[in-house]
Design a protein around this ligand. Structure first.
Ligand code: ZN
Length: 136
């Protein structure tokens, strides 16, 4: 596979209103976007940290995967997103290496990115998101 950098860290929070002040007031970052991704039943808030972003994820429904994650594991780091080009090729490559794909084909994520998740059981325990910015 070929990945270039950590595009963002996805962090599960119970409430954006409770979480954002930590990132803004303590760490001194600025939330530059809040976006609801209906498909994933989450509301997201974004911060820039160098080349990497922080994506806070608040569940908008009890059957959201983020709600289930918080229920079993608590709030905290949920996934690591790696930037790549030609996401379809990366997925095929991952599968060829025996990695279990959560998404066989890319779907739409926040910020207009094409995204696909790899199963943590085959990625050393790290829920991994591949991201491609097809607009650039
Ligand atoms: Zn993400």
């Amino acid at each position: 596979m070929k990945v270039s950098h950590i595009e963002h860290l996805g962090i599960a929070v119970k409430s954006l209103d409770e979480a954002i002040p930590y990132w803004e007031n303590v760490l001194g970052l600025k939330c530059y976007a809040i976006e609801e991704v209906a498909e994933q039943k989450v509301k997201t808030a974004f911060f820039k940290l160098g080349q990497t972003k922080i994506e806070l994820l608040e569940p908008t429904s009890e059957d959201s995967t983020i709600a289930k994650f918080i229920e079993t594991r608590g709030i905290g780091v949920h996934h690591v997103a790696l930037a790549c080009e030609n996401i379809e090729e990366q997925l095929a490559d991952a599968e060829a290496h025996g990695v279990r794909l959560i998404d066989k084909t890319p779907r739409n994520g926040a910020e207009g990115l094409s995204i696909a998740f790899l199963h943590p059981k085959s990625t050393q325990g790290i829920l991994t998101e591949l991201c491609e910015d097809k607009n650039k």
